[in-house]
Design a protein around this ligand. Structure first.
Ligand code: AOF
Ligand code: ZN
Length: 368
């Protein structure tokens, strides 16, 4: 039977979201999912989806549950009294892994509480339906906006057939990205901001830079200050080969190549290539021309700007204009940090409320 959630469901679904929220780079193109199993309102098992192709969250939690049953010498009757909490409706189809509904039914667990349904065309309520038909009690949705927001990369691919797009740039106090003809110039951001950028990188499936930026800046483009997984590297440009002694090519000899769009500008081709490669999110790190491709089409979800308030170049490549009303504005070490959310994301409607969103973008203590 489908029932509305109970107040006691909230903390357990909250824990599912906490478990799930990991490095999105590892699970792409899949969603982030967390699961908890309770018995008499005590948490006895938990699990999360760790990487694309590996076991789903509920399967991992069920493994722990089986061990709990054995240790405490409990039988099937205990399973009937147990509740499985899950941040996403269980799948009911054979993908890279078998349907989770089979595993849930085999476990004999009597109640399932979910945060949100799975928008994947092969699921869309079918997972819940199957469990209902087998007479399980189902409660939900719980924290639906928060759960969908956590999976905004996955949701964007399903609903808009494109990756979730994050633009990022660093600028001087007088509004320059680099010193233009004179080369990149001194590093703009301080060490704390760089650490934060590495955290932002490992949350996306891929990093994109223009070929010219790779040549001129010779960046390393990984997430070493935050740790693995490192996102895939994509390079935009014409097909001329780049010198193999560039730092990024020494590490990743074959980056994903995105041919520069020809007139009229269209990013649709890039979206196709990225989705085909299983990449559900993209951090665009420049240069200006590459950023402008996305800005001119209004094709972005988040913009992150780091500004060094004491560094001035006087001339060079101007930073793109910023939208109005940053969602977050704070000091990050020696830098000013601003985050913008595309107006298509409306707090309280297709995204969580403003306070939740702001909190979401405040750097985590582990990075400070
Ligand atoms: C769940 N629990 O933890 C996840 C789900 O190829 P597969 O087998 O990994 O299936 C991927 C699809 O399964 C993915 O598109 C999404 O619809 C769902 N993800 N479902 O029950 C999980 N990660
Ligand atoms: Zn599944």
């Amino acid at each position: 039977m489908m029932r509305p959630p109970l107040p006691l469901d909230l903390p357990f679904i909250h824990r599912c979201l906490e478990l799930a929220e990991g490095p999105a780079a590892a699970v792409s193109p899949n969603p982030l999912v967390g699961a908890v199993i309770t018995l008499n309102n005590q948490m006895v098992a938990e699990g999360y989806h760790q990487a694309c192709g590996s076991a789903h969250a509920e399967v991992n939690a069920l493994e722990e549950w089986k061990a709990y049953l054995q240790i405490h010498q409990l039988d099937g009757e205990a399973a009937k009294a147990a509740t499985l909490y899950i941040s996403l409706e269980p799948c009911n189809h054979q993908g890279r892994t078998p349907p989770c509904t089979d595993a849930i039914l085999a476990s004999g667990i009597g109640t399932v509480v979910f945060a949100c349904t799975d928008p994947h065309p092969l699921v869309q309520g079918r997972g819940l339906q199957r469990l209902l038909e087998a007479n399980l009690e189902i409660r939900g949705p719980v924290l639906e906006k928060e759960a969908r927001w956590m999976n905004r990369r996955f949701e964007t691919t399903v609903h808009h057939q494109r990756p979730y797009i994050v633009l990022k740039w660093a600028r001087t106090a007088d509004g320059y990205l680099d010193q233009g003809e004179q080369g990149p110039g001194p590093k703009i951001s301080g060490s704390l901001a760089q650490k934060w950028v590495h955290g932002l990188r490992r949350q996306q499936a891929a990093l994109l830079v223009g070929a010219r930026t790779v040549l001129v800046d010779d960046p390393i483009l990984d997430a070493r200050l935050a740790g693995p997984p490192h996102p895939r590297i994509a390079v935009a440009g014409d097909s001329r080969p780049l010198p193999m002694d560039l730092q990024v090519l020494r590490k990743v000899p074959q980056p994903l190549w995105l041919p520069w769009p020809s007139a009229p500008y269209s990013l649709a081709g890039w979206h196709e290539i990225l989705l085909e490669a299983g990449l559900n999110s993209l951090l665009v790190e420049g240069g200006l021309k590459t950023l402008e491709l996305f800005l001119n089409e209004g094709c972005w979800d988040e913009i992150h700007v780091l500004e060094n308030p004491t560094l001035r170049f006087g001339k060079g490549t101007p930073a793109p204009p910023e939208p109005e009303n940053p969602l977050v504005q704070l000091q990050l070490g020696t830098d000013r940090y601003r985050v913008y959310l595309h107006p298509g994301w409306v707090p309280g409607q297709n995204a969580p409320d403003l306070n939740y969103l702001r909190e979401h973008f405040i750097p985590q203590p582990s990075l400070t």
